[in-house]
Unconditional design. Sequence first.
Length: 238
Amino acid sequence: MHTSFQSEPDTLKIYDDVPPYFKTEPIRSQIHLEGNRLVLTCMAEGSWPLEFKWLYNNTELTHFSLEYRYLIPSLDRSHAGFYRCIVRNRVGALMQRRTEVQVAYMANFENGEKHLSVSQGNAAVVKAPRISTFPRPQVTWFRDGRKISPSSRIAITMENTLVILSTVAPDTGRYYVQAVNDKNGENKTSQPITLTVENTGAPADPIAPVIIISPKNTSVVFGFPEVTLECVANARPL
């Protein structure tokens, strides 16, 4: 008797390749302090090997490699912008949602005008010296060391310009600005601006109303809850 044996065919396990996918997407916006270290990560999964490439403002930063991180050892303001990664494997490629990197910093005040003269009764318009900073700082005006608060005769515009209406002799003094960056905790103080009110002995004749700060054209998003327009006028009497 002849007996034949037929072996069972080997069972082959076939693993399907998995295209890249992201485990998590980056936050849409992040703010960091100038000088700090920044590490961006591309958290992707899929069949290996995975390769990664980084873009900055849609410009190629790196070539495809196995490195899934992008490191900036010391941030400065020029690094602010939009970053994203592209991941690929033999199945396909995928682009990450972009994240905006903002850099908090504060420079010194630029030199501006140091002296300002105005005739009694007219308005004094004292512009805040320019300062390069992000985000926009909190600004406070001072006169001879005392904080200035808005009143019926004093206005501080949305651009941080100080307007003193219907000036009188006691308005003469040294004015300066203090700016505070609430993200990095820095604060800077400007050089003083000396205001002189002239013709203080002249009669206090009436002065016709005149617009000092005019409203500006403004665009708003439909449905936005509010919009602020400003208009400052001087006269005597107010």
